[in-house]
Design a protein around this ligand. Structure first.
Ligand code: NAD
Length: 252
């Protein structure tokens, strides 16, 4: 028996990193999974991994900043599996490392669109389906950068603070409709997003580890387990919460 038996879960950014780990964890817990991402190849790999482990999933290609594609993703989920119980709105990008005056406007617009507007767009189409079936659980990916500031990352930090505000607002909109909306705030997690930053500057790894009181980076699975719990009935009284899964980073 899994904690998500008979449920249907949707994951954006499911081709890589935290999204892939969550898709695998949803499937392990018995959910049928819709893996979505703008990158098709990684999505197919995630599907293979789920199916090899005995799970059931489909892949839907979507650019989460395009409303018509997000709407079609939710529609396809319901056409395929009949409902939508758990939505993990997770696709995101890191942006550039630059102080305010050196930041580019086009990067600001892109980071805010992919990390923040997309979460609103996803919920805009997920919520009506959840209302029509009497409830559901949504988890949005924020970050420790949604709870505290970091230098030279204004767009990313602003986008993730925005995700937390959006999450609280959506949670209050639907607290009496059986829809719970929470945010997850990962610390520094070993994913391709962080890998790209380490490739650019290998000595950053020591700095990242130094930020983590536990003395190591997190693994994608450690975020996935918290996401599954937030989506499960075990978290039935948890809504509007922003959960740090961060090795103690924001406890300092
Ligand atoms: P990742 O780069 O491994 O995965 C991100 C995924 O999002 C990729 O598969 C990418 O193709 C997809 N994506 C990007 N733009 C998209 C778009 N427009 N439409 C659809 N899909 C798109 O990175 P990750 O570390 O797994 O990041 C997942 C989430 O976790 C992001 O929101 C990120 O900001 C957040 N996060 C990561 C860390 C970390 O340390 N890795 C920490 C805090 C928060």
């Amino acid at each position: 028996m899994g904690t998500l038996d008979a449920k249907v879960a949707l994951v954006t950014g499911g081709s890589s990193g935290i999204g892939r780990a969550a898709a695998l964890a949803f499937a392990r817990e018995g959910a049928r999974v819709v893996v979505s991402d703008i990158v098709e190849e990684g999505g197919r790999e995630t599907l293979d991994m789920i199916r090899k482990a005995g799970g059931e999933a489909i892949f839907v290609k979507v650019d989460v900043i395009r409303a018509e594609e997000v709407e079609a993703m939710v529609k396809r989920t319901v056409e395929t599996y009949g409902r939508l119980d758990c939505a993990f709105n997770n696709a995101g990008v890191g942006g550039e490392i630059a102080t305010i005056e050196n930041s580019r406007e086009e990067v600001w617009d892109r980071v805010l669109a992919i990390n923040l507007k997309s979460v609103w767009l996803c919920m805009k189409y997920e919520v009506p389906q959840m209302l029509s079936q009497g409830g559901g659980a949504i988890v949005n990916t924020a970050s420790v950068a949604g709870l505290i500031g970091f230098p030279a990352q204004a767009a990313y930090v602003a986008s993730k603070h925005g995700v937390i505000g959006l999450t609280k607002s959506a949670a209050l909109d639907h607290a009496r409709s059986g829809i719970r909306v929470n945010a997850i705030c990962p610390g520094v997690i070993r994913t391709p997003m962080i890998g790209r930053r380490l490739d650019a500057k290998p000595n950053r790894e020591a700095a990242y580890i130094a930020m983590e009181p536990v003395g190591r980076l997190g693994e994608p699975q450690e975020i996935a387990e918290a996401v599954v719990w937030l989506c499960s009935d075990a978290a039935s009284f948890v809504t509007g919460h922003s959960m740090a899964v961060d090795g103690g980073l924001v406890a300092r």
